[in-house]
Design a protein around this ligand. Structure first.
Ligand SMILES: [Fe+2]
Length: 278
């Protein structure tokens, strides 16, 4: 089972890790906090958000209240066949991969506390929804996420989850994309953080590299601070194509190779040359 220190209530979870989203139980204060978090991040999106993210958020129109997954699922199913499932928080890797492989995205049901507006250790509904759900409406990204789930199940069996998790980290969570000659944010970990949205695109400190599957699968990361390295894609098809390689062999090789530290430059690195969002 999951670490007992996690915040969510796992006692009512089904075998697949899911719970019922009791939407009517959210308080007025929680909806108000959601509106505050949403408004802060939405204000940054015209300049920093990837167009596919911005389009989906406009369509979701979720700024007024904590979203009701059942309602969102009707439009998401029509768009890409994905569904949101409610979970108490982090779920086991195998459970997570199985959901993705079945085009189901687990979204945490609880919202952070008011004193955690700028940072919290575990993903909450704001991170999971605002950060991850918009791109599930993009057909290519949606297919990539399913393929990632399938690869995850295979990697779990082969003992090579580590390198595959780095791919998720540096793309789904902290990915940047080139759009019409500008740098934009599509990674959920960036999108749900006001500080990192600006930092990832404009700060001089972090290393920005062109997307490189082998490089990413060897790249360590830190979970408790702004990232030292970001990887930039040209389009979501680049992610999907990466998973169509002989990934089992790639994962095995990456697992056996020395890891590259966050912020470190490695031989063959291709540097991103675009520096600004707008
Ligand atoms: Fe996430």
């Amino acid at each position: 089972m999951m670490d007992a220190k996690l915040r969510g209530d796992y006692s009512k979870a089904a075998a697949d890790g899911t719970v019922v989203q009791d939407w009517s139980a959210y308080t007025a204060a929680e909806h108000a906090l959601w509106r505050r978090l949403y408004a802060r991040q939405a204000a940054l999106l015209p300049a920093y958000g990837a167009p596919a993210v911005n389009r989906s958020l406009a369509r979701l129109d979720a700024g007024g209240a904590i979203p009701d997954f059942a309602r969102v699922n009707r439009s998401l199913a029509a768009a890409t066949g994905w569904q949101l499932v409610a979970v108490p928080g982090l779920v086991d890797d195998a459970v997570f991969f199985a959901h993705l492989a079945a085009r189901r995205f687990p979204v945490t049901v609880w919202l952070r506390r008011p004193d955690e507006v700028d940072y919290l250790a575990e993903p909450d509904i704001f991170h999971d929804f605002f950060g991850h759900v918009p791109l599930l409406f993009d057909p290519v990204f949606a297919d990539f996420m399913q393929a990632y789930g399938r690869q995850g199940l295979a990697a779990a069996a082969a003992g090579t989850i580590g390198p595959l998790a780095r791919l998720y980290w540096y793309t789904v969570e902290f990915g940047l994309i080139r759009e019409a000659g500008r740098l934009k944010v599509y990674g959920a970990g960036i999108l749900s953080s006001r500080t990192e949205t600006v930092y990832a695109v404009e700060d001089r400190q972090p290393l920005r590299l062109r997307f490189d599957l082998r490089r990413i699968m060897r790249s360590d990361y830190r979970i408790d601070r702004l990232q030292d390295t970001y990887f930039v894609i040209d389009g979501y098809d680049e992610l999907f194509a990466a998973l169509n390689r002989d990934l089992a062999a790639e994962l095995g090789a990456a697992a056996a190779a020395p890891a590259i530290a966050p912020g470190a430059v490695a031989p063959g690195d291709r540097f991103e040359t675009i520096m600004r969002a707008a």
